[in-house]
Design a protein. Structure first.
Length: 297
């Protein structure tokens, strides 16, 4: 009786394979085997690997194989406008650019969808397979990213000071997006709770955000954190000692938090974030487009 031969989806052999396992192993001559859409083997190459039955066989000699890269903080619906605001200073940027994009998101579906399509294309071409993004209307992009095969953590931005939108409507939108898209596309699309930042949300907004996050304890909380000097000033206006103290008081300074930029943080802020097991996405490349310190070359 003829023995059944397993047909692999993909085999890459004799490549330099960089892993992110608990030992950080690198195979100078490695083989990766994919079956039924899952990576089944990552090991040193063996004689005969090139003869494994597979739908696609790749000779990896002279090539590097590594896990997909992650864009830890983005606003993808504005991708089509990349570079359009690079000459603005900090106050112009936040006073005009973000409200403009938010207003655009209310009217120009085609432009926003084009931005998501462009983002998916450039990500996959550059080896980025996962993104953490907060947008005004993420539902426009969830299907695009999901169908492209990109993993995405997404959520609508929430702010009660930043633009003229009903706060109740914003929280309803956030809840609707979670219910509609969390776990979609075989789990590639996940939802997040996304208060916009620590300088355009009142304490009431943070408390409502914490309540929403409590309803969905498996979701991350994604926000801009200590990006501007105004962050701690706003926290004091909200009755807290500083920005991190405010988040701690409302119950959001924990392992679910992803804080973007963190550019004005001091050593004490770093220590407190680490103690809370919270995460930071510094995003230094953004300052190749915008100079938030105009007196600094």
């Amino acid at each position: 009786m003829e023995k059944n031969v397993v047909q692999e989806d993909l085999v890459i052999h004799d490549a330099v394979v960089v892993t992110v396992d608990d030992r950080g192993r690198i195979y100078e001559s490695g083989t990766v085997v994919v079956r039924d859409g899952e990576i089944r083997e990552v090991r040193s190459s063996e004689p005969g690997d090139a003869d494994i039955a597979a739908d696609r066989m790749v000779d990896g000699e002279g090539r590097l194989v590594l896990p997909g890269l992650v864009n830890a903080h983005a606003h993808l619906e504005g991708t089509a406008l990349s570079g359009a605001f690079s000459e603005l200073d900090a106050m112009e940027l936040f006073a005009y650019m973000t409200p403009f994009v938010a207003g655009m998101a209310e009217e120009y579906d085609d432009l926003l969808e084009a931005g998501y399509e462009l983002a998916a294309l450039t990500f996959l071409q550059g080896g980025i397979t996962a993104v953490n993004t907060m947008d005004v209307r993420p539902a426009l992009g969830a299907d695009i990213l999901g169908e492209a095969g990109v993993r995405a953590v997404m959520g609508p931005m929430i702010s009660d000071l930043f633009w003229d939108r009903s706060v109740d409507e914003q929280f309803e939108q956030a809840r609707s997006f979670i219910e509609s898209y969390d776990g979609a596309y075989d789990g590639r699309i996940r939802a997040a709770v996304c208060p916009h930042d620590d300088w355009s949300c009142t304490r009431e907004a943070w408390e409502r955000t914490a309540d929403l996050a409590d309803d969905y304890p498996d979701l991350p909380v994604h926000t801009h954190l200590l990006e501007l000097d105004e962050s701690d000033r706003m926290a004091r206006a909200n009755g807290a000692e500083d920005s991190l103290a405010l988040l701690e008081e409302v119950g959001l300074l924990d392992e679910r938090l992803v804080g973007a930029h963190f550019r004005v943080a001091d050593d004490d802020d770093v220590t407190r974030m680490a103690a809370a097991d919270a995460g930071v996405a510094h995003c230094p490349s953004i300052f190749g487009y915008y100079n938030l310190d105009p007196e600094t070359p």
